[in-house]
Structures are given as C-alpha cells and as structure tokens.
Design a protein around this ligand. Sequence first.
Ligand code: ZN
Ligand code: ZN
Length: 397
Amino acid sequence: MLSPQSDFIRQAGNIFPRMRAWRRAIHRWPELGFQEHKTSALVGKVLHQTGWKVLAGVAGTGVVGLLPGSHPGPCFAIRADMDALPLQEQNTCAYASHVAGRMHACGHDGNTAMVLGAAQLLAGAREHLRGSIKLIFQPCEEAPPGGALAMIAAGVLHSPRVEAVIAGHVDTTLPVGTIGVKAGPVMASADVIHLTIQGKGGHGALPHKSIDAIAVAGQVIANLQHLVSREQDPLEPAVLSLGTISGGSAYNVIADRVWIQGTLRTLQEKERRALPRRIARIAKGVARAHRAEALLTVERGHPALVNDSRMTKGVITSARCLSGRVKIKELLRPAMSGEDFTHFARVVPACFFRVGAGGKQKKYSFSWHHPRFDFDERGLIAGAAVLARTALDYVPR
Ligand SMILES: [Zn+2]
Ligand SMILES: [Zn+2]
C-alpha cells in the first residue's frame, strides 16, 4: 500500500477546488502589511477546521499553526506571506480585487492558499509524522523591515524550536507542475538609498547668484551610472536603480534642494557594505565640484537570501518522490529582487523555491507587481504537494 505522502499530488488535486476558493477569496480582499485581518481570520479558520492548533494575533496579524505528529522528532516549519500591494488591479476577472488601490500582485494569495493546502495534506498524514510541523503565516513581506523579523521577535522559531524552514512562491515564468530551486544565493539584498542634493535657491534669471540643485542632481545621477558599469566587479552582481526624484517649486525659480531615492541590490554582504561608501564618494565629489553638497542615508532592507544546500537537496529529493509528477528546474541564476524570508534563513537552515504557475496564455504573462499580474492556479497543486512532502520527509542533521 502506498503511504499517504506518496500520493500527495493526487490528494492535492482533490483539494484543488478548495485551494482555488481560498486563493480567490484572499485575492478579492487584498490587505496591506500588518492589516491582514480578513486573511488571517480565513487562515485561522481553515487550520482549525483541519485539526491544527492555531495561535492567532502573532506579531499583529500573523498566524501560527502547529501539528504534533504521532512520533517524537524535530519541528519543521513552512512559511507563507499574506500581504498585498498598494496597487490598482487592472484585471476584470470574477475574483478581481474589491478594494480600490489594493491588489495581490505578487501572488501571496497563492502562497497562502498553497500552504493551507499543504496543511490539509499533512493533517491527513499525521500518523506518519515524526516530530511536529509549524506553519508560519506572516504579515507584511512587501515593506521593510517586514513581518518575518516581527514573527521571529514574537518567538515563532521557539516552543517547539524550529530546526528547518521552507517556503514556496508562485512564479509565472515557470510552467504549472514545475518547481524552480537553487542552492546558495537566490535573492538579493534590498536597501533603500536617500540622496539629498543641497544647493542655493534663487531667481531663474540669475544662475550665477545661486547653486542649481537640479542641474547638480543631473550630474550626480549621470555619474552614479558609472558605479555598476565601471567600478563594480562584473562577476559580483549589483543593481543601483534611482526610482524617485523631486525638487523645485516653480519654472523660474532655481531649486535649492533635490531629493532622490533608489534601490541598491547585491548578493554578497561585502558588496552591500562597500557600495554605499562608493555612492557617497561619487555624489559628494560631484556635488562639491559644482559648489553643492550631497547627503546620503541608507535604509537597510532585507539581506540577500541564501538557500542551505542540504535543505535544497531535501526539497529536490522530496519533489522527485511525488510519482514523477513534478518537474524540477534547477535554477542557475539568482534574482535581484528581495524577499524577507531571508530573516528566517539567517537563523535556521532554509530553502525558498519557486512554484510554477505560468502558461502560454497572455493573462499569465505579466510580471510580479504588475497591475495585470495573475497566475495559473493549477500550479498550487504541485506547490502544496512539494511543501507537505518535504516537511514529512525531513530528517534532522
Ligand atoms: Zn512582491
Ligand atoms: Zn512576493
């Protein structure tokens, strides 16, 4: 007779209508970070009905589920993120967002539904479970400092102590039924830079009596383009993208100050520490050359996410055991986007993998954070099965 976990793909297929219904309910009512009240109520209700012990109100809107197994052993965790984005959805499907200016455009509705699906599979396989499984539904992945740190501070990695953690994220660049996985660095650090150019205001007709902060900002921006293209080791990835600029009040007034914000991303901590110094050197040097001043402050965001090699092998081995129904794509390259799961990965061995939910249809071709983002929900079947199977197969070091 097959053990239940060998059959997880079929079981996940059976509960697919439920996963889809949860995903759509969450999608209709997107909630921003630390405001996930409806979402966490739904999560708590489903877990409770499935026989999990539920702890709600963790770090605000976080929810923790615990399933003690039938045999002694370690505690293994699966993490989901529940928050949406401040974005106006442009899709017109039946389950489109009901909330103006809020949208699940990153697929966290899918990530949450997929872990609820895994919760059902695991509850059904409890007699085979050694140790316990903890489900961590965190608030606020999208905005630093983020919900992962808050959940860790609230003690979710203790009582029982979590030995390892995994997470899946829906990914429309991979087809349904495929998971994408990679050991080592998988996502970049993401820090925010704030640059102020201080000049001296004056009449637009009298440039010689002022220091034009807008003209200097233009030079600083142009010079910062040399940083990644000319100074940075080409084999050590880094991104510096300046996303906002503001300053000036009237067409004929020379602006005294310009504010610039940008994002700085790296895969190595060494680069992450070095680049702000280089940005400051260029900005200050260029500003000074034009009689202005530049001030740089860096808001530290998430560090780079590094997958543990043994945990990554564990995910691959477990996925392979699912009756050959899950394709495994070993990813060769990391992404320069950020992910606050990194805070868990810095404390316990972890693996973050991608769950294929794309297809040839145009509606699944939009990138994360696009107002028309959507994914093929059938991808949740493989996602739930791989999460549950990896959790059941876990053997402590
Ligand atoms: Zn996102
Ligand atoms: Zn995301």
